[in-house]
Design a protein around this ligand. Sequence first.
Ligand code: ADP
Ligand code: MG
Length: 682
Amino acid sequence: MTPSIYDSVKSVKGVGKATADQLEALGISTIHDFVMTFPYRHEDFRLKDLSETPHNERVTIEGRIESEPTVLFLGKNRSRLQVRLLADRHLVKAVFFNQHYLKDRLSPGMIVTITGKWDRGRQVINVSNFKEGPKTAQADFEPVYSLKGVMHQKTFRRFMRNALDAAAGQHVETLPPDVREAYRLPGIAEALEMIHFPKSPGDVKQARRRFVYEELLLFQLKMLGMKKARKEAEKGTPVEYDLAKLKSFIASLPFELTGAQKRVVNELCAELKSPIRMNRLLQGDVGSGKTVVAAIALYAAITAGFQGALMAPTEILAEQHATSLAEWLEPHGVSVAFLAGSTKGKARKSLLEKLESGEIDLLIGTHALIQPDVVFKNPGLVITDEQHRFGVEQRRILRDKGMNPDVLFMTATPIPRTLSITAFGEMDVSILDELPAGRKKIETHWLKEESLLPVLRKMENELRAGRQAYVICPLIEESDKLDVQNAVDVHGQLSTHFRGKYTVGLMHGRLHADEKDAIMREFSDGKIDVLVSTTVVEVGVNVPNATFMLIYDATRFGLAQLHQLRGRVGRGAEQSYCVLLADPKTEDGKERMQTMTETNDGFVLAEKDLELRGAGDFFGKKQSGMPEFKVADPVHDYRALETARKDAEKLLESPHFWTDPEYAGLKLQLEESGALSLERLD
Ligand code: ADP
Ligand code: MG
């Protein structure tokens, strides 16, 4: 009887208990698991002409040995075996490291096939693969699997052959015929054959195209399916806000809203009013004015008789928000309260009572807001600022607080579209892509750390004109101590330099929340002229009088983070400056610094950051929010991603998708949902 693809690998020809255990160690239990384990690269053994092979490329050649091999011992266990070869018309040197035992197997006149890295200048091949005889016997392409030393590639391939044979005719086809035809994608059985036993690089490419598209389509169907299900099932409460009050509030603001702010306010209001529960991401570049948009949306909810909440990642930022929002909203009869970790005892108790009774309309704070004993009377809208700093769990708790409030996440790290439709694919997105009028481009310079004097002179120019400066010291994540020490040293040097003229303040993560607050307040009030700080000022802080920023060791930061930091200046009408001290060793590092000096556009920088560092680093390690893909790379495969997104939208709208048998495979896959981890999404 033929085994089922969901049977244990033990039913594959030649696989006994020992092999099954080895495969198990690689996460392979069933035949299906086995055939779905893809190679991470393919070795190309096609013969190439050396005159057309670029320097440093891997190459396979067939040649005749022309000299006696010689061995040089280079000390403990290290040796260099060398022999001359004639390949076509080229006389080259083949070098084998630490394989002196091959010496006896090589003799003049012999034909050999070797693979290795081609040093074009020195006409040397560093051999990595050697075979006696002509090339004929060897396959052109060999898949290379990630086997963690558990098994030889060759053995694995032999069992793979048997597994594919056992699975023949049993694969579930996910992609319907019309889709495969439209994109010329191979069917599942063919694609598996092509990826495990390719005959040409074209095979690998075709197979990969199929698996990438399939994976992205399934993923987008899940994302959009969730979004649709949420909109249908979780009816929120319509927020019937008072338009007249809202208009008079907007008119009372000290500035006119930008076009983008007006557009986003309209989007938010329309959604508040609808019975659909909001689950929206607001992306706005640094300084684009997200806070006031949040204030307007919160006020809308409050005029409809609901409570609002605004949560920020740091106490300083939360307090700044509280100050701004109180200033704007209290004249309109809104009662605003502030809750942080440091709010304790009686004050906390009384605040919580007022919140529960509905006496407080708007609560602003840190994640102290999501502690279990914080109970709202009737929350209508919950906003979190700098969303990507919060964990999934916190989002969930927040969302579950009270009755289905609308939820808005705000982030000042523009997220490239490829990432936003993968990491936030189940959310709606609004974009603030316009800075308030009159903002000047922050003039940015990149210097190697030779002499600081010209920089200090420049800084002093600004200070003399009554403005303020930030000096940012590197954050060394592994070592809080070093981190502080750096800032302390720089603070010492600058205090000496500016003695008697300007006040230099110091802020770092080791200070207590109230100490940090006090320093930030002094800076904000203009009592401190120069603030030396670690990256604790990174997020959101708003001191428009600060026009100069010096960033030490800028190579330590990603572009997105540098942009965030730089965004602390240039927040008023005055010309601002940013100096990056950096001596990058890599080309990427140099390109990052160069890009910073060229553009102020967060969306451009975000795309660049993604290109240079990849998706994993974009959000930072801890909570990337990015799902793990098996074959697809949403950055590299962004075109397939866009296509899959559109196709998924169409499919979900189409009645055929729900009824026609050709979509059965796709729906089955969706139901099983084993391939992707969706835990991050509640
Ligand atoms: P971010 O989007 O980085 O959070 P903020 O909300 O802190 O930006 O706004 C930056 C600064 O711009 C604040 O001082 C804010 O009061 C001001 N601002 C916001 N909107 C406008 C506007 N339409 N015109 C002028 N200034 C504005
Ligand atoms: Mg902000």
